[in-house]
Write a protein that binds this ligand. Sequence first.
Ligand code: DP6
Length: 363
Amino acid sequence: MKQAEKSFQKDTTLKSRSGIVSWESPANIALVKYWGKKPGQLPWNPSLSLTLSKSVTLMNVEYNYTGFHEDIHAGFEFSGDNKNPAFGERVIKYVEAIKNYLPMMAYYDFKIRSFNNFPHSSGISSSASAFSALALCFTEIEQASYKDNVVLDEAFYKKASFLARLGSGSACRSMYGGLVLWGHTEWIEGSSDEYALKLCEGISPVIDSIHDTILLIDRSVKPILSSAGHALMDTNPYSVVRYRQAEKHLKDLITAIKKGDLDSFFNLIEIEAFELHAMLLTSFPGYILLKPGTLRIIEMVRNERLKGLPIGFTIDAGANIHLLYPADSSEQVFSFIRNELPEFHDSDIITDHVGKGPVKVTL
Ligand code: DP6
């Protein structure tokens, strides 16, 4: 008999339950980028993100107590028009991997259903919203299999963030609303490589309510997956300098965020986007993910800023551009897009803003 079974048979507190849990979790956009990781999905540098509001994954996990079985029993289904078989396989692998942290999983069968309200390859990372929602579902199921009442306290979210990280590094940051840090840095108490930390103190309201409008420049599937991109950092000759820069940018960005200093904020998030793409360009092989359209918009955004519009951008590992600006500049930004970028139709634009984090859905 396996060790896990022995210990569970002794564990009389495990309840033989069935049910369904559901969480809605948002995507996030990195301001200081996570790019490069150590084994165990641990980051080489701390990263900082804003959790979005409207771009979410809804995840349902049905669980049935079936008694001990060595293999994990789980099925995955995508709903909506967002079918992506590769993602389904990734989810199943993930579920198998997290059983080391949730041994009760060996006693249940799971049916997982996922729905994104934003398109696949839209410039918003669906892995962050999906794995954070999935991790929340499993954290809740673990609690429900031992206790009558699930408590959504600090320890609950910490465990969920830890589990989400194992699915996708950036997913651990989607666990909280607002500004979220992932990665240990000496000067921020409570920061960890293993889970994310919500930053609360002294954040200027102008940053707390920032808007993110995403211009979809290229919808094709990226030529390199994030995981392969991170691996390129292991041999990139500039990686050590990059990790140092990320630390410095984080410090400067937090200062700017506290002061509500938008000029420094924009300059820092833009240099972060440039450094990410500089790493892609200088890896071996090198990748050019920016498109001529991205460069044109970068120039236009910077010109608008010089003219007085408080707007900046960031870009993830792709060509699509996130325009960030304070809530009260929305109208001006929209007239800029309408007048200067008429080739972008409504379907090429996603509008979002800073959100409050995941929500437990009652079925
Ligand atoms: C450029 O979190 O998608 O968006 O841990 O391999 O799943 P894995 O990578 P992922 O990488 C995100 C990279 C990024 C920057 C960021 O979100 O910090």
